[in-house]
Structure formats: C-alpha cells, structure tokens
Design a protein around this ligand. Structure first.
Ligand SMILES: Cc1cc2nc3c(=O)[nH]c(=O)nc-3n(C[C@H](O)[C@H](O)[C@H](O)COP(=O)(O)OP(=O)(O)OC[C@H]3O[C@@H](n4cnc5c(N)ncnc54)[C@H](O)[C@@H]3O)c2cc1C
Length: 455
C-alpha cells in the first residue's frame, strides 16, 4: 500500500484524506487541533456557533499528527523532515499548507521585543479565535483592519458581542476584490445601520497609546486591533525544496508540482496562474487529486467561485467574478432597504452575480449559474424581483444546493434529517450558506417516486 503524506491538516487535507481510503495516509499539521472548519471561526467568535461543532470528521485510516511542523522536504530521498528533526518517507507528498496572514505596514504593531502589541490580533486559526474571544469581555472598542469578507465577518461578530467596532479599508470601497462600488456603498450603509463605522480610502499608519492613526489624520481609540487585510499562499517549504513557486506552488491540471511525486492543493496552490483562497475550489481539487492518487484518470480545469458572507444582519453572495465578467448587466439597487442585486448575462447565461442585502433568490440564481441555463430576455430581470421567496420545490433534482461540497437537491431530499445531511453529504459543513435551503428541502421532502418524476 503506498503512503501519502499530507503536509497541513486543514480543510483541503481533510477532504483529500476522505478520498484515499485504500492508502496509508499520514497527515502532518502544525496546529494543536485536528482539522476544523475555518469558515465558522467568526460564527464562534460571534457566539452563534459552538466551537465543538467545528471539527471535521476524519476517517479512521488517517494517521493524524498534530503539533507536527514540516520544516524540510528531501526530494531526493522522498522524505519530509519535521521540526523535531525526525524524518518520514513518502511515496506521494501533498502540500496543503494553506495561506498565512501578512503583517500590514503599520508602525507599532510589533513591540521592541519582537512580539505583537497586546491589542493586536490575527484571525486565521482556532487559537487566534480563542485569544480574541478571551480579550472581548474586557474590551469596549475594536478596529478591524481590512474590509474584505473576513474583515466584515469579524467586525459583525465583534459588533454582535457589544463592542464599538470600526472598519478601516485602504481601497475605495468594501469587498473591493469581489464587488463594485455600488454594492460596497450599500454594505457600508448596512454596517453603519448595525452600528459599525467604516472608513474607506484610509490607511492605518501607526498604532500608538492613543489608538490607531489613519493617514487622513483620524485617531481611532481602541482596545483591540484585528488584522484581516492581506494573506498569501504559504509557499516557504516548497520554495526551499526547489519546487516551482510563483504566487503559489505551481501545479498543472493533475495538481502536480514541478516534481511528479509532489502535489499541492488548496490555498497554497497556483493553477493556471490563479490562487483561490476559498473552500469550494479547495474541495474540488481534493476530489480530483484523490482520484489521481487512486490511479483513476482525472484532471482539474478550474472551479467556479461562490462566496458567501457569514454574519448576522449582513447578507452577501458573489457568484463568479463580477468585476471581470463580460456581458450585459441587469441590476436592481434599493438603497432604502439596503439591497443591491446585479447579474452579468452573456448570451442569456448568468456568468456572474452579486447579491447584497437580499438573498431570497440566491438558490435559483446559483442553479442557473451552475447549469449555464440559457434564459429568455425577461428572465434575468424577473430573477431580481424577489416579490416572494422561491419554493424549494422549484429546485430540480440535479440543482446544486451546497456549492462547497457539491451536493444536489436530490441528495438532500434523500436524507432523513440535518444530521443525516451533514454525515452523508457534508452539505452545510462548509460556509453554511446553504443551511436555510437544506432545512426547507428537508421540510418539504417528497417520496422517492415523486422525486424521480421531477427529474
Ligand atoms: C477566519 C476565516 C474565514 C474564512 N471564511 C471563508 C468563507 O466564508 N468561505 C470560503 O470559501 N472560504 C473562507 N475562508 C478561506 C478558507 O478557510 C480556505 O480557503 C480553506 O481553509 C483552504 O484550505 P487549505 O487546507 O488550503 O488551508 P487551511 O485550511 O488554512 O489549512 C492549512 C493548514 O496547514 C498548516 N501548515 C502550514 N504549513 C505547515 C507545515 N510546514 N507543516 C505542518 N502544517 C502546516 C496550517 O497551519 C493550517 O493548519 C476563510 C478563512 C479564514 C481564516
């Protein structure tokens, strides 16, 4: 039996191990915990999700070693070296090292002894989450640096916990990697309505005793500074081993690096010039790589991106790349209620979408996006008019309900309960954005015969 060694015990690694039941799998993770759902950390901070529910199930055959940092790859000997200098041989090596947060150029974040100022927090790991959680009860004010998906999730979590929270974003608007200025402005208004002040086009330059100093002259007095801006693929190990690395570890369509015995996937990998940073592509890659390692022909040719913001009172879904997509734009903006819905349609097909403040149609729009349905001339407009929520009965059997785990409506309808859904399909265990739809599908479950006729 060949031995697959996986470096990193994160979300991609856990999914890959699932598909390698016939292999000896050794998973080496440098955190103290078994793989867990990183997406839900902000929900744990917010208090709407239990920490115990984060753990990702691992099959019994996996030899998981925690607190095991790999420091070197000896490609000639096909061995990895751990921090304690022990070595472990492999037949196939998989790099699933994720990404690391980068420290923004703000003076005063790091003290003279090299440690972070006590007020400063990163937010990537469960330990980061615990440390921030422990600091919340004695804090009154917080500043989140970075107005991306992660920054907004953390800001809402801290707001829900009762802290006066402010967000500083260097770009001209929030979520600037995903949405346009109009959607960003609606989001900023939503946040203001929820009690969080947003500073866009402003950079934090210094942390002093008085607070965080911005380049526009403002000084934000604060007890906590949470850094969510910037992160990059964790590539140091691959680089030291002489593998081809650009922004990420370069892989081909077989998720293989410049060494045929070494693969990479998830946030650390770069495929066709792109690094991803989301769970759905990491899990798509894990499924393809598992097939490749099992000896079944398979190739990875990219993933659609579906990003959801998980935060109480803030609803955002982004399908595809609305900033780059080319096509005709159909949009409805209602600043009075704080909603913005925008479809990019090419030859009748939805190629990208942004939904802010109203996700009642997200399931149906995702279905059309996934299936590349050719819509009639009036349909895109009608999709943006959520006068009544769509019934889960309208989901075709093969409509994808959970984008993270690639689960269809039919698979959900076959399950007896939410626990059954989680255990057998993994739907709702990724970003959780499908949870409402899954509940509705379960509540309106039909008999297998009826379901068969709806295909
Ligand atoms: C707080 C937060 C919220 C997020 N929210 C969303 C979301 O809503 N939707 C979404 O799609 N994505 C989200 N993401 C991104 C998502 O979590 C990642 O895309 C996903 O975890 C990638 O999986 P991965 O296995 O590549 O990396 P990770 O899950 O980061 O795992 C990599 C692991 O490898 C370990 N490691 C690194 N180097 C070594 C080494 N040398 N030796 C041993 N171990 C090592 C790391 O410590 C880490 O545990 C979020 C990320 C964060 C941090």
């Amino acid at each position: 039996m060949s031995r697959v060694v996986i470096v990193g015990a994160g979300m991609a690694a856990a999914r890959l191990a699932d598909g390698l039941l016939d292999h000896e799998v050794v998973m080496l993770g440098d955190e103290a915990h078994p793989p867990y759902n990183r997406i839900l950390l902000s929900a744990v901070l917010e208090g709407t999700h239990d920490e115990a529910g984060l753990t990702l199930r691992l099959a019994d055959h996996v030899d998981l070693r925690t607190d095991a940092r790999v420091v070197e790859i000896h490609r000639g000997e096909r061995e990895v070296e751990l921090a304690d200098r022990s070595r472990l041989p492999y037949d196939a090596l998989v790099l699933a090292t994720g990404s690391i947060p980068t420290l923004p150029p703000i003076r005063g974040l790091v003290r003279v002894d090299g440690r972070l100022d006590d007020r400063v927090h990163a937010f990537r790991t469960l330990d980061d989450c615990r440390r921030l959680d422990a600091a919340v009860p004695t804090a009154r004010r917080a500043v989140v640096v970075g107005g991306g998906l992660l920054g907004l999730q953390v800001a809402r979590a801290l707001g829900v916990r009762g802290l006066e929270t402010e967000v500083v974003e260097g770009g001209e608007h929030l979520l600037r990697s995903q949405v346009d200025g109009k959607a960003g402005a609606i989001l900023a208004r939503d946040l203001a309505r929820l009690g969080t002040t947003v500073y866009t086009g402003a950079r934090a330059t210094r942390l002093t005793e008085d607070g965080l100093v911005l380049d526009n002259g403002y000084v934000l007095g604060t007890d906590l500074v949470v850094l969510t801006a910037g992160g990059r693929p964790s590539t140091a190990l691959a680089r030291r081993a002489g593998l081809e690395v650009r922004r990420g570890v370069v892989v081909d369509d077989r998720l293989t690096t410049s060494d045929p015995h070494v693969h990479a996937l998830g946030d650390c990998a770069q495929h066709r010039g792109r690094v991803t940073g989301f769970v759905p592509p990491a899990w798509d890659q894990a499924e393809v790589l598992a097939r490749i390692l099992r000896g079944t022909p398979a190739t990875y040719d990219g993933s659609r991106t579906v990003a959801r913001l998980r935060a109480t009172g803030l609803d955002v879904a982004v399908l595809g790349d609305p900033l780059e997509a080319v096509g005709e734009v159909v949009e409805v903006t209602n600043p009075v209620v704080g909603s913005h819905r925008r479809l990019v349609v090419r030859d009748g097909v939805v190629v990208a979408a942004t939904l802010v403040g109203d996700l009642t149609r997200v399931g149906l729009i995702t279905q059309h996006f996934d299936r590349r349905t050719v819509l009639g001339p009036t349909e895109p407009g009608e999709l943006l008019m959520p006068d009544r929520p769509p019934s889960p009965h309208t989901f075709a059997a093969d409509a994808e309900v959970c984008a993270c785990a690639g689960v269809t409506a039919a698979e959900i309808r076959r399950c007896a309960s939410l626990d059954d859904v989680r255990a057998t399909t993994r739907a709702t265990t990724g970003c959780g954005g499908c949870a409402d739809t899954v509940r509705q599908l379960l509540a309106t479950r039909t008999s297998p015969q009826l379901e068969g006729t709806s295909r």
